[in-house]
Ligand binder design. Sequence first.
Ligand code: PLP
Length: 277
Amino acid sequence: ALVYLNGEYLPLDQAKVSVLDRGFLFGDGVYEVIPVYGGQPFRLQEHLRRLGQSLAGIRMAQPLSDGEWAAIFERLIDGPGDQYIYLQVTRGAADKRDHAIPAQITPTVFAMGSPIAPIPLDGIRAVTLDDIRWQCCHIKATTLLANVLLRQDAVERGAAEAILVRDGCATEGAASNLFIVQDGSVITPPKGHAILPGITRDLVLELAQQHGLATEERRIRLEELQKAEEIWLTSSTREVLAVTELDGAKVGDGQPGPVWRRIQEIYQAYKQGLREG
Ligand code: PLP
């Protein structure tokens, strides 16, 4: 399969960028991950809108129109199987390393397709860790060193994800949004600079509301997380994961809970409905 780089379609091993690319030197860029089901990008408009917001957040213009992006994705999609498009836009290569943004610079635009890994339906372990990230977590920046270190810390503790805690409240995962179920109500932290505005988060809220589940967008204190009936983590490639163990203690009875089973059913039905469209 080919990848897209700056207007060309190339084999992956021939796609090369300059060592002066500011994505390489500074992590000066943004990205998106868009799932593709049955050959169709899922929630495409929402992902492209967020890309525009991330670009604006780092003072960059959209390098391509929505139609141009869609045409690229169409060429990268490889058969009907579940896959995802990874795309990234960096500031581009300057002629020297300098933090300040050069006046004239051409962005580097890259996109590739990959298969989606199987999703664990029997629940995952998570650990809570101090949220050491910066204060612009709403920007989907390629600058992911804190997330990398947090995820690694979680893995070394035998967990699949870190749930991050800032000012006494759980914000989100290292690469996922957070939900809890408390007294039957589905609760997720509000949007703002402390979390990425997840596309899956919005969809889960929307679907929960449509199906009559009680929802709340509000801060989740660490003690509430620890006592939650259910904990879920959402992301584009992992959908809605149940957390069945938090910091070595069972969540509920240690099995994915009834509200998770319900949202999972609703989410899968929504995906299937789009496919049959
Ligand atoms: N939060 C962070 C920090 C992420 O990196 C991600 C995605 O990987 C998410 C949340 C989930 O966002 P989405 O549902 O748009 O994939």
